[in-house]
Design a protein around this ligand. Structure first.
Ligand SMILES: [Zn+2]
Length: 393
C-alpha cells in the first residue's frame, strides 16, 4: 500500500458529486480528502478522518477539483499584441490573423515551440489547471502539424489535430485542395499523436461540407471529433457537431432555437470561451438559454495568441458570472466537471473516491470568491496526480 495523505480542515469542499454533499457541486463544509497513490481514496468530514501518515491542514481554505481547460491552442511562436491594440482601437476581429502566427510558427525551431508550450503549461498549472487540451493548427503543412502534435503529446494526452484551422496562403483560391491534404496525408502523419480532430467551421475558415469531410476522415483514422462552431456568425457548425456526436461544439456564440434544442438533446457539450469575446470585444454566448434548455456547458480559456491570450480559468469564471449570467456554482462546475465531459473523461473534474487526485486549494473560504474577487490570484496550492504539490503556497 502506498502512503496516504489527508487534506484536513477544508472550509468548503467542492466535490462535484451530489451524493457526497450539498447541491450540484456536492459541497461539504468542514471537509477532508484522503489521497493514496495519486487517487482520491476517501472524501468526507474532517472530524471523521481515520489516522493517516501525512496530514496537511488547509486552515479553512476552499478546495475544488483542478480546473479542466478543454480548449487551448498552445503550439505557436510569436505574439499579436499589435493586432490586439489595433482591435481595441476599433478594427474588427477576422480569422485571417491566424496566418501571421502560422508564418512565425513555421520559422521556429522545435526547441522554441516546446519551450513556449512548457511556459504556457506552467502558467496553466499556476492558475489551477490540472488537465488541459491543446491543438495544433499553426503549422498547416504535414511536417509542421505533425511536429506540433509530437511536441504536444509530451505534455498532455489531450491533443487535437487542427490542420483545418485556416486555409494557408499557399492554397489561396484552392481550398478544396487544402481540405484533401488535411483529410489525407496530413491526417495520417498527425493521427499517431492525436486523440481528437477539430475544424474551424466559420466565416473565413471552412464551410460545413469541408468540415464534415475532415471530421469523417479523422473518425475513420481513429480520432474523436470536436468542432469550432458558430463563433463569428450563425451557421451549420453546431448541427454538424451534434450529427457526428462530437464531444464538444466550441464557442456557440450565434445559436438559434434549433441549435439549442439539438445541443440539449445530445451528448455534445457546448464549450464557451468568454476570453475570446472579452479580447475581441464581441458579444458573449447566451449561456442562460443553453442552461435553461438543459444543455451541458464547459468553460475553457481558448488560450491562443490572436483572440484570447490568457491562461486564467478564474477569469473565465468571473466573465461567465458577470457577463454571461451563470451562477458562481454553474461557472465553477463548468470549469471543472463540464471540462471533463467535453474531453469525455470520468477520472477528472470531480473529487470522489477513485478520481484522480487533481486538487486545488484557494486562499479564500469558498469557490464563490473566484468570481467575487476578479483579477485576484486566489490559487493556494495545486496537487496533480501522482501526488506532488506542483505549486508552493
Ligand atoms: Zn479555438
Amino acid at each position: 500500500m502506498s502512503e496516504s495523505t489527508a487534506l484536513l480542515n477544508i472550509g468548503s469542499l467542492v466535490t462535484n458529486d451530489p451524493a457526497l454533499g450539498e447541491g450540484a457541486l456536492g459541497i461539504i463544509t468542514g471537509g477532508a480528502i484522503v489521497i493514496q497513490g495519486g487517487r482520491v481514496s476517501w472524501v468526507g468530514r474532517s472530524a471523521d478522518v481515520d489516522a493517516t501518515t501525512t496530514v496537511i491542514d488547509l486552515e479553512g481554505r476552499a478546495v475544488l477539483p483542478g480546473f479542466v481547460d478543454s480548449h487551448a491552442h498552445l503550439l505557436f511562436a510569436g505574439d499579436r499584441a499589435d493586432e490586439f491594440a489595433a482591435r481595441m482601437n476599433g478594427e474588427p476581429y477576422a480569422a485571417g490573423g491566424i496566418r501571421r502566427t502560422v508564418t512565425a510558427t513555421r520559422a521556429a525551431t522545435d526547441e522554441h515551440l516546446a519551450a513556449n508550450l512548457r511556459r504556457l503549461a506552467a502558467e496553466l498549472r499556476r492558475s489551477g489547471v490540472t488537465t488541459f487540451e491543446t491543438k495544433s493548427g499553426y503549422g498547416l503543412t504535414t511536417q509542421d502539424e505533425a511536429r506540433a502534435l509530437e511536441i504536444a503529446r509530451s505534455v498532455t494526452d489531450e491533443t487535437t489535430y487542427l490542420g483545418a484551422h485556416v486555409v494557408p496562403a499557399e492554397f489561396e483560391g484552392r481550398p478544396d485542395d487544402y481540405v484533401a491534404l488535411v483529410a489525407g496525408d496530413m491526417l495520417h502523419s498527425c493521427a499517431p499523436n492525436s486523440k481528437w480532430i477539430d475544424v474551424f467551421c466559420d466565416e473565413g475558415a471552412f464551410d460545413v461540407d469541408q468540415s464534415r469531410t475532415v471530421l469523417l476522415a479523422g473518425i475513420a483514422a481513429g480520432l474523436a471529433p470536436r468542432l469550432h462552431a458558430n463563433q463569428l456568425q450563425h451557421g451549420g457548425g453546431v448541427q454538424l457537431a451534434v450529427e457526428l456526436d462530437a464531444a464538444s461544439a466550441d464557442h456557440c456564440t450565434y445559436l438559434d432555437d434549433r441549435d439549442i434544442e439539438a445541443l440539449a438533446a445530445s451528448n455534445t457539450v457546448a464549450t464557451l470561451l468568454p476570453g475570446a469575446e472579452f479580447s475581441t470585444r464581441s458579444r458573449y454566448p447566451d449561456a442562460r438559454r443553453l442552461l435553461d434548455a438543459g444543455a451541458t456547458i464547459a468553460l475553457a480559456t481558448d488560450c491562443n495568441p490572436g483572440s484570447s491570450y490568457t491562461t486564467s480559468m478564474s477569469l473565465m469564471i468571473a466573465l461567465a458570472v458577470r457577463d454571461m449570467h451563470m451562477t458562481p456554482d454553474e461557472a465553477v462546475w463548468s470549469a471543472t466537471f463540464g471540462g471533463s465531459m467535453a474531453l469525455r473523461r470520468n477520472d477528472i473534474g470531480r473529487l470522489s473516491p477513485g478520481s484522480r487526485a487533481d486538487i486545488v486549494s484557494l486562499n479564500a473560504p469558498s469557490h464563490i470568491h473566484l468570481a467575487y474577487r476578479p483579477g485576484v490570484d486566489l490559487i493556494d496550492r495545486v496537487w496533480q496526480a501522482p501526488l506532488t504539490p506542483k505549486v508552493a503556497a
